[in-house]
Design a protein around this ligand. Structure first.
Ligand SMILES: [Zn+2]
Length: 178
């Protein structure tokens, strides 16, 4: 896939990965009609509603906060929310560890979380590149069609369409060279 140099994340095979990238389907509610976003730290696509339903804002153990990745919001800033199931799983794991070993465990988890953070940053960079690529391909496709239309001649041998008029056509308002 263009602009996708990274392989699938852990737990996803190549086929699942490609599907995940191209299919606009919310992991939680299964809807294909809602706008979804990829949340790499949870390896899901989710609609906004399900994102809110499945994340928590308060009552999270500070040690757990330290070792989990926060989701990114639309504007690229980090959310204050965490995925509920990740919080619960990490907290249960922490509680199962002998108190004297907990600090070491937290340190290890913190290192892993940093690695994951770097991976997520790379994946997000690929998301942006591939989105820009899709957009420029769409614009190129429209531009190619306009070129073809401009080559059409009427019975008098004159051009049927003027390109500058086509570009201003209200139906082509999505056509924006910039
Ligand atoms: Zn949903």
């Amino acid at each position: 896939m263009p602009f996708r140099e990274m392989g699938p994340p852990d737990g996803m095979n190549e086929r699942e990965y490609i599907r995940f990238l191209i299919e606009n389907k919310c992991y939680f509610c299964g809807s294909k009609n809602r706008v979804t976003r990829i949340y790499w730290e949870r390896k899901v696509r989710s609609c906004i509603k399900c994102f809110k339903d499945n994340t928590v804002l308060e009552g999270i153990d500070n040690r757990v906060k330290l070792i989990l990745q926060r989701p990114f919001l639309q504007n690229g800033s980090l959310s204050n929310r965490f995925w509920r199931d990740q919080v619960e799983a990490k907290y249960a794991e922490l509680c199962s560890i002998d108190i004297k070993d907990q600090n070491e465990w937290i340190y290890e988890q913190y290192q892993l979380s940093n690695d994951l953070q770097r991976e997520i940053a790379e994946r997000r960079r690929e998301d942006v590149l591939s989105r820009e690529n899709q957009r420029s391909q769409r614009i190129q496709g429209i531009s190619d069609k306009l070129d073809l239309m401009c080559e059409e001649k009427d019975e008098n041998g004159s051009e049927k369409y003027q390109r500058y008029l086509l570009e201003r056509c209200p139906n082509g308002k999505f056509y924006d060279k910039n």
